[in-house]
Design a protein around this ligand. Structure first.
Ligand code: FNR
Length: 356
């Protein structure tokens, strides 16, 4: 069973409105489609006679040494999609040695998510995705919750000054979590006005000063998620970011941006090795992982594929997704004559149709 089959199984098992919530994106969903298509525009040019019996695919990431090169990108509301919720995702990621980026919009409190991961692997790395609250005091409280829970890095989402307009959700009237579900990390936040726990407030006034404040106040590495412009990648490093995640939010924010993959080389050049560069968006096969690593990523995230695994088969489904991608990636690395991730270099990626 491959990832496509799990996607199909998830589609059949989910309420169609919830399926659309996950599958959909902003506007005409041009970016959703382009993120995947971008990988089809490249081919891998292998090297020969330089491989080894064993390959080392571990990636050293902030707060996660020796992790799988495939991590679980933050996605909201797992209990809506499977009763096992975020704890099931966390156990699966930990069992596969993959970093889980758990979200501000989790339907399980972050402390329980980390505990679930550590029940599988005492060393499991869980990162906390932070959506900065319009009130700084509330943001600081969220950070404290993540620190106390034992998260090993913060991933600040910077591509969401306003909420994306998800066409399918608007058409389906899906604007609130159904009764019985809540964004648990948002409960009783100091400084936040009491209100519904069904959406995550955002602010277009969040700025580099907020990044400075965060970096100053936490001992955790701070990564910025949603960087596309190389100038912002440079600023991120200057403001103390420990990593840059090239992402267009899976096509759920602007429908006018380039595919995430197409932004990667320029960001990698701007960062120039000072901090790790990560990527998410459209990764569906092991060879996609290889292309992204060759173009400068240290690791790649999967959003929807992990959710399809969860919805289809709970913890076991997420494990299958992560194991399949890691296994396919390892196989691709062998076919490219590589022994380790850094053996994949930019000269080994060519535009299809040939550029020489
Ligand atoms: C997301 N994503 C996301 N990102 C984020 O920073 N905070 C969030 O709360 C969410 N929530 C969310 C929900 C759902 C249902 C999806 C599909 C995505 C974006 C996510 O982290 C990631 O950037 C993309 O999903 C990557 O693209 P793929 O792998 O889905 O193609």
């Amino acid at each position: 069973m491959n990832l496509r089959d799990l996607h199909e199984k998830a589609r059949r098992s989910l309420d169609p409105v919830h399926y659309d919530y996950v599958a959909g994106g902003a506007g005409e969903e041009r970016v959703v489609a382009d993120n995947e298509r971008a990988f089809d525009r490249y081919a891998l040019l292998p090297r020969v006679l330089c491989g080894g019996e064993r390959r080392d695919t571990a990636a050293d990431l902030p707060g996660a040494p020796g992790a799988s090169p495939v991590f679980v990108a933050p996605t909201a509301f797992h209990r809506l999609l499977h009763p096992g919720g975020e704890p099931a995702t966390a156990r699966a990621a930990a069992a596969e040695g993959a970093v889980l980026v758990t979200g501000t919009a989790s339907t399980t409190p972050v402390a329980e998510v980390v505990a679930a991961a550590r029940s599988r692997d005492r060393e499991a790395a869980v990162w906390f995705q932070l959506t900065a609250h319009p009130r700084r005091e509330a943001t600081r409280a969220l950070v404290r919750r993540a620190e106390e829970a034992g998260c090993t890095a913060l991933v600040v989402t910077v591509d969401s000054p306003v909420f994306g307009r998800h066409t399918r959700d608007l058409r389906n009237g899906f604007t609130d979590l159904p009764p019985g579900h809540a964004a648990e990390n948002m409960r009783d936040l100091p400084g936040a006005p009491p209100g519904a726990l069904t959406d995550i407030p955002m602010s277009p006034a969040v700025s580099w000063a907020d990044v400075d404040d965060l970096v100053r106040r936490t001992a955790l590495p701070v990564l910025l998620k949603g960087i596309l412009h190389p100038a912002d990648a440079r600023l991120a490093v200057e403001h103390g970011a420990a990593g840059v995640l090239v992402s267009n939010h899976g096509g759920r924010q602007s429908d006018a941006v380039p595919a995430a993959l197409d932004c990667l080389p320029a960001v990698a050049d701007a960062v120039a090795g000072r901090v790790p560069v990560l990527l998410d968006g459209g990764v569906r096969r092991g060879s996609d992982v290889a292309v992204a690593l060759a173009l400068g990523a240290r690791a790649v995230g999967v959003g929807r594929p992990a959710v399809w695994g969860l919805a289809a088969e709970g913890e076991a489904g997420v494990r299958r997704v992560l194991a399949a991608l890691r296994d396919e990636y390892d196989h691709t690395l062998a076919l490219c004559g590589g022994r380790r991730n850094s053996d994949l270099t930019r000269d080994m990626v060519v535009r299809k149709g040939g550029t020489w």
